[in-house]
Ligand binder design. Structure first.
Ligand SMILES: [Zn+2]
Length: 127
């Protein structure tokens, strides 16, 4: 799976959410103040948590985000060789961090069944 198809899969799963690609020829004139530049890295995959304009990592050997040819408000997601193109879940994991998602600190509980029962009781009681 390619990086692009990993992100397309994430778009499809999230719904109403678009992650457009900006090509090399478009980047100089892009209207996107914020964005992600994916950079290959040998020492693991990582992303800043949430919107972090200009965020990059010292180990990438650059002093500014513009060194990657992107606007100053963009941020880096670093991908190790094992992360892409064969591991879409890692690409999506790092993208979710950039969207503000913490690892392992979220849980969910559903009350859908209870609400459904409540809804039926309401319908029955009105008859
Ligand atoms: Zn993580």
């Amino acid at each position: 799976m390619s990086l692009k198809s990993s992100l397309s899969s994430l778009e499809n799963d999230l719904g109403c959410f678009s992650i457009p690609e900006v090509s090399d020829s478009e980047i100089a004139a892009t209207a996107f103040v914020n964005g992600i530049v994916f950079v290959g890295h040998n020492n693991g995959c990582y992303s800043a948590l949430g919107l972090a304009p200009g965020s990059h990592f010292q180990t990438l050997g650059v002093s500014t985000i513009e060194s990657f040819g992107v606007p100053s408000g963009w941020q880096v997601i670093a991908l190790a060789p094992g992360c892409t193109p064969d591991n879409p879940s890692t690409v999506q994991h790092e993208m979710l961090h950039a969207l503000g998602m913490l690892s392992g600190l979220l849980a969910f509980k559903t009350l859908l069944k209870a609400r459904f029962i409540l809804s039926l009781q309401t319908e029955n009681s009105s008859k």
